[in-house]
Design a protein around this ligand. Structure first.
Ligand SMILES: [Zn+2]
Length: 447
């Protein structure tokens, strides 16, 4: 029986002193014994609900103006150029580096929204799951917990137009897509979940969506990009007669198995509709800021009791601290008020935010994680209580200090499945993976 060091442990119901987390041979928390008082502080590992691993290779490389009206759509051109260069080998090298960075930052699990399926000319590889397997191997090599979400991507717009040349790598018809899910599920070890992702309403015709949803197992997770851009909202109204979220709620059995990514542009009925459905919204604050998407109506959504989590999405930032900080700061900037993400019972912003993240983790990822409860997988972070940011910290302010104070990374250890994969702030395989990543970047950037 392995043991995570004695600690003060934070769970969504608060801090508890002197807890010894014992881990059974399956990596699950066996029981929370008592091991005496200690200063050590342990929190649940953070779930990253939305990631496109390959985009790590272009982080910081779309920050030069190409057009006076640069927007999401001009950024997408740069992204397509990068997407065209990947092989299974370079995807593996980039994803492994990304997952090292996630673990060091405090993400212990990741939902990979994966649409880079085929060879450059659009033909499937000899193994049609080759690119999926590259991501699975990167996760296994680094120890991060993975929910792989192969993406169904069929059309280039709401009018059903064919995919462009640079989108051919993403394409499936319904049959080949369902076959891919079957192949991946047949091989999946217990620590891996295979879910379903619909790229967006504009990329998946309504009848195809229905066929795929009907074919999924009852416990399959379903993730979808939705209402990220006002242009998408306008097109959906024009072609389907309703706003995207409203259309989805009216045309699919959206429930707690669903994760709606971004959901930036909502009217009040949609805010209440998502919250009432039990679905999770994956908020990607730094990516949404970087792309100029707009601001999610967080306060109204919290008032409606909605579930939400965070994602690193474009990998412009790989840090749950920065993601949560900017989620709150965006609201402060637009309302000109402070301390927005709180409740009457929970006046600490940091604690309220971490509670939101913890409570959506299992529903969105399909893994038993998030709250360090008995029977859950032992995915935990040991914070560096010797850091200056924690000097004199008390239970009531420790999480606010972690999220809002300074920029030094305060994750000292990251544990996944009861195994320590980050020790002393460094991933145990970071050197070899960084060397391989540098070589892969040379290949990706070669003209
Ligand atoms: Zn995305």
């Amino acid at each position: 029986m392995r043991t995570i060091p004695n600690a003060r442990i934070w769970r969504p119901d608060g801090w508890q002193d002197g807890v010894r987390l014992e881990v059974d041979p399956h990596g699950r928390i066996a029981r929370g014994g008592h091991g005496g008082t200690t200063d050590q502080r342990v929190v649940p590992g953070i779930a990253n609900l939305h990631s496109h691993a390959f985009q790590r290779a272009m982080a910081g490389m779309a920050e030069r103006q190409t057009d006076a009206n640069d927007s999401f759509w001009t950024w997408r051109e740069t992204m397509y150029r990068f997407a065209g260069r990947f092989t299974p080998e370079t995807l593996h090298a980039v994803a492994a580096q990304l997952y090292v960075e996630m673990l060091e930052a405090g993400y212990t699990s990741v939902c990979e929204f994966h649409y880079l399926h085929h060879a450059l000319d659009g033909r499937p590889y000899d193994d049609p799951a080759a690119m999926s397997r590259a991501l699975i191997e990167a996760a296994q090599e680094t120890g991060i917990r993975l929910t792989l979400l192969p993406v169904l991507y069929m059309s280039g717009g709401f009018d059903g137009r064919a995919l462009g040349e640079r989108q051919r790598r993403f394409a499936h018809d319904v049959d080949s897509y369902l076959r891919l899910l079957d192949v991946l599920r047949a091989d999946a070890p217990g620590t891996l979940r295979i879910g379903c992702a619909l790229h967006s309403l504009r990329a998946v015709p309504a009848d195809a969506m229905r066929v795929v949803l009907d074919a999924l197992s009852a416990d399959s997770r379903v993730h979808i990009h939705i209402a990220e851009q006002t242009g998408e909202v306008d097109d959906c109204i024009a072609m389907r007669g309703a706003r995207p979220v409203q259309w989805l709620l009216d045309n699919a059995d959206v429930d707690a198995r669903w994760t709606l990514v971004h959901a930036t542009h909502l009217v009040d009925d949609e805010v209440r509709g998502i919250a009432g459905s039990g679905a999770t919204v994956a908020l990607c604050s730094t990516t949404e800021a970087n792309l100029g998407d707009g601001l999610f109506p967080l306060r109204a959504y919290l008032d409606a009791g909605g579930a939400w989590g965070i994602g690193s999405d474009s990998q412009i930032s790989v840090s749950p601290v920065e993601e949560l900080r900017w989620l709150e700061y965006g609201q402060r900037l637009t309302t000109r008020r402070r301390n927005i993400a709180v409740t009457e019972a929970s006046p600490s912003v940091g604690e309220t935010l971490l509670r939101g993240v913890a409570r959506s983790a299992a529903a969105s990822t399909g893994h038993a994680i998030g709250t360090l409860a008995e029977g859950e997988s032992a995915d935990a972070l040991v914070l560096d209580i010797n850091a200056a940011q924690f000097a004199g910290a008390r239970d009531k302010d420790a999480l606010d200090r972690w999220i809002f104070s300074g920029n030094r990374n305060l994750v000292r250890e990251a544990w996944v499945d009861g195994r320590c994969v980050v020790d002393g702030g460094r991933h145990v395989r970071s050197d070899v993976i960084a060397t391989r990543f540098a070589a892969a970047m040379e290949r990706l950037l070669a003209e």
